[in-house]
Structure formats: C-alpha cells, structure tokens
Design a binder for this molecule. Structure first.
Ligand code: NAD
Length: 476
C-alpha cells in the first residue's frame, strides 16, 4: 500500500536507516555497504494449469551476506514487487543482527493470489518456484534459508524442503534448507506461533519498565488494555490470542480484508478466527459491530494498536488521526517514514518491526540448528533433569516427615517442578530470553542518548552497530 507523495517501502526503510546512521560514527563507505541490497534475482516461469501455460513472477533478494546463510521469508501476494522484497530483505538483516540470529538478510516473493488456486495447483507453482531458486543456491542450508511469510505457511515450506531433497539427494543437512516446516517434516515445536508469541513477549517486556510505560502516557500492566489488531493471519491471530488468553487484554477491534469488527467489551479471537475460516471474512459475525471501512478502525480509541497485516497502512493520509499511545509493529513496515515522524511528535511510542516480529526468525534459527544437529531439543537432558528434581523433592519430603512438620508442597508446584523441559518449553524459553535481551539493549540506547528519541532509531543503532562489527571482523 502506498500513498502519493510518500516514499516507497524500500525508500522508507532507507530513510529510517539514514536517520540512525547520522547518529553513528561509521568508517567512510561502510554505511553505504550496509545499506545497499547486494542482489535481487527475478524469475519468470511458466506452469501448465487448467489447460494453458500461466506465467508467474518471483523474486529472491539478498540484502547482506556479512553472515551466511542469509535468511528471510517467502511471501505469496499480488502486491509483491522488487522494491518490497528489497525492503523486507534489508529489514531481515537488521532484525537478525538485533536478536543475534547468525544470518544475513534475504527475502523472497511470488506475485500470486494463493486463494485463486487449489492445493494441487499451488503445489505445482511452489515447487517450480523452489526449483528455480534451488538451482541457483538461492535456497540452500548453508547459503539461503527461506521461511513462511504472508500467504505461505508450513505446507509450502514442506513442498520446498521436499523439492530441495529431490534435487540434492545426498545432502544430509537438506532439511535445514528452509524453516517453518511441519513437525513431522523436520520442523520445531512452537514455530507456527513464534512471531505472535514474540509480539506477546515484547509487550510483556515493555510493561516491565515503568519508565517506558510512562513515556507512552500509559499506566498499569497489560491486564485490561484495549487492543486493536489488523490482520488475523498467522502473526495477528497468535499475538491477539495470547494477549487475550494469557495477559488479560481486551481485543476491542479486529481489522480484516473485508472490513472490521469492533466491540468495547472484547472480541473472542478464537471464535472470530473460526468465523473467518468458514465465511472467508469477518462480515456477518454475530457478537460485534461490523465496520465496512476496516482501515478506519486503525483510528479507533484503544491502548495498543497491533498492525499485523501489510506494510504502509499507517501513512500520511491517516497518521494524524491514529490515537493509540502504543503501536507494536507485528507486520513489517506498517508505519511509513512520514507517518513515523507524525506519530513520534504526537508522543506515540512505536515498538518497531525489526524487533517486534523477530520471534519468527528467532525460532527459525532454533529449527535450523535442530536440523543441522539432527536431534530434538531436550531429548538428551529432559529425564535426567526430572530425576534430579525428583531427588530434591524426595529429600525435602523425607526431612519434612523426620521433623514432624505439617508443611507440604502443593501438588501443582510438585507437578510443575518435576516436569523436565521438552522442546516446546525450551523454544519458548529461548524466545522469551531473546525478546527480553533485545528490548533491554534497545531501551538502554533510547534512554541513555539524548539524540535518540524513539525505539526505532535505537533499534537501528543497535543492529547496525552489530552488522558493522561483523564487517570489521571480516577486515572490511
Ligand atoms: P498471513 O498471510 O498469515 O496473514 C495476513 C492476514 O492479513 C490475513 O488474515 C489477511 O486476510 C489479512 N489482510 C490482508 N490484507 C489486509 C488488509 N488490507 N486489511 C486487513 N487485513 C488484511 O501473514 P502473516 O504471516 O501473519 O504476516 C503478516 C505480517 O507479518 C507481514 O507483514 C509479514 O511480513 C510479517 N511477518 C510474518 C512472520 C511469520 O512468521 N509469518 C514473521 C515476521 C513478520
């Protein structure tokens, strides 16, 4: 989505980058080296479907190879174009650096409306696109590792992994060529929910810092906060569901393609999702008010706005009317550079995309490591950990009996304590740690430097600093 007189998505990312590097002291030439996109491959290929050949256009862009493999999702959408994949690839570089996932940045896209094709047709198209990328090492466990993005999910990733295997029959690490796969196809527990879970962890961390809550003109905890979400897809659905079910947030607005639902008493995320699954949109959902002009609900009075659909939705045309004091960018690039300035001046705090939606690539990193190590996380240590905990519990109970005290452990505590960590617990723990650590690094810069007035600039400073360090280590 773009508005006349506004820079493109890639220019918007570059503007935000430039704003940050102006505050840094990088050696001459390095700034340009980091900013530019290394290469973008465009492919046009034909697939015979419904009695004729259909030609599709796809891209794979590699922004930075300071670390390899490079990483970034593959998007299936009609709006896909070179500018967009390059912007998204750049964001991947900064995102990976920020959360210390050891990858360079990349992104891919196929200009297609996946809803227009049936499953078998989509499989043929995806495999053909994957074939084009694999034969050029643009999908490869050690060079370029895609993941899901808008319009794709574990099904597409499974097809891509299988296509790679067919073309590289002896590659023992072949499964690591793509992440976001289904569990029985080499995936990892907790990957599907990871980006939404990361959004939840990011908000939990934000609300651990009273100074930051105050900066947004807010008070209290996440409990009871009114949240508006745009896009109830993978990221928006999981994020909203966890915030509602685990943090006591009230989801007062859900914006989808065909309009929005609003309810001041809160919408049930699971039931709206089921409704969309059955009816293809939100219209007609019984327990809420339907608003045909969905985008207008971005301006609704709320505490937290979660754009989780597309880029450029908060732009010069509506930024002035957006009233949320806190925006968390679950989608990539939902706020344009121009809108960012307007919102910053209004005192709105924006938790930026490169941090807010980094949960996906973080758990993708864990999946890649799992594939390369050929063993499930927790498989070796879990029972040993349980046995050690059992020893302590037995000993405490023995001492208790011996001293004749009436003190005893609650059954719930005992059950939780005795349970060794399986893969899902370990993934969540690693993700939570990543989100907390990265936020603390950003907020330190935000509060320590007078010339840094927002979290986005702080995030750029931290991540560009890390990329620059990698280049320095390479002797560049
Ligand atoms: P998705 O395809 O699962 O969901 C997108 C949702 O947005 C769908 O429900 C769709 O109907 C809705 N939507 C589309 N156009 C809309 C419009 N004009 N108004 C309102 N809703 C609209 O995609 P996703 O994977 O959830 O990705 C969403 C965003 O998050 C993208 O910006 C993507 O780059 C970003 N992201 C995704 C991941 C991931 O792991 N999937 C990771 C990082 C960032």
């Amino acid at each position: 989505m773009s508005v006349p007189n506004e820079p493109s998505f890639r220019e918007s990312v570059d503007l935000m980058f430039n704003r940050a590097v102006a505050l840094m002291d990088l050696p001459p030439g390095l700034e340009e080296k980091i900013r530019v996109c290394n290469a973008t491959y465009t492919v046009r290929f034909g697939v015979r479907l419904r009695g004729q050949i259909h030609t599709f256009t796809g891209y794979r862009s590699v922004h930075s190879e300071h670390m390899e493999p490079v990483k970034g999702g593959i998007r299936f959408a009609m709006g896909v174009n070179q500018d967009e994949v390059e912007a998204l690839a750049a964001l991947m570089t900064y995102k990976c650096a920020l959360v210390e996932a050891p990858f360079g940045g990349s992104k891919g896209g196929l200009r297609i409306d996946p809803r227009e094709w049936d499953e078998h047709e989509l499989e043929q198209i995806t495999r053909r696109f994957a074939y084009e990328l694999i034969k050029r090492d643009l999908i490869n466990p050690s060079q370029n590792v895609p993941a899901p993005d808008m319009g794709t999910g574990e099904r597409e990733m499974a097809w891509i992994a299988d296509q790679y295997k067919r073309m590289n029959t002896t590659d023992i690490n072949g499964r690591a060529c793509v992440t976001g796969k289904p569990i029985n196809g080499g995936g990892i527990q907790g990957r599907t929910e990871a980006t939404g879970r990361g959004v939840q962890y990011a908000l939990q961390e934000f609300f651990r810092h009273p100074e930051d809550i105050k900066a947004a003109g807010m008070s209290g905890s996440l409990d009871g906060k009114r949240v508006v979400v745009q896009g109830l897809g993978n990221v928006g659905y999981h994020g909203a569901k966890f915030l509602q079910e685990e943090d006591g947030c009230l989801i007062t607005g859900i914006i989808e393609r065909d309009g929005a639902l609003v309810s001041d008493t809160g919408l049930d995320v699971e039931s709206v999702r089921n409704w969309i699954g059955k009816h293809g949109g939100v219209a007609g959902y019984p327990d809420a008010t339907y608003v045909e002009d969905g985008a207008s609900v971005l301006e609704k009075d709320c505490d937290i706005l979660v754009p989780a659909a597309l880029e450029g939705v908060i732009n010069l045309s509506n930024a002035e009317r957006v009233t949320a004091p806190l925006i968390i960018e679950a989608a990539n690039g939902p706020v344009t550079a121009g809108a960012n300035e307007i919102l910053r001046e209004k005192g709105c705090v924006i938790i930026p995309d490169m941090y807010a939606n980094a949960g996906g690539v973080t758990v993708s990193y864990f999946e890649w490591v799992k594939n390369l190590s050929h063993i499930r996380f927790g498989r070796l240590g879990r029972r040993q950990e349980e046995a050690r905990h059992q020893l302590i519990v037995d000993e405490l109970e023995r001492l208790d009996e011996y001293s004749g005290s009436t003190w005893s452990m609650t059954p719930d505590f005992k059950k939780k304590y005795l349970r060794g960590a399986g893969e899902l617990e370990l993934v969540r723990s690693g993700l939570d740690d990543t989100m907390r650590t990265a936020y603390q690094q950003i907020r330190d810069v935000w509060h320590a430097r007078e010339d840094v007035t927002d979290l986005r600039t702080a995030a750029y400073l931290v991540s560009i600093g890390k990329v620059a360090d990698s280049y320095r280590a390479l002797g560049l």
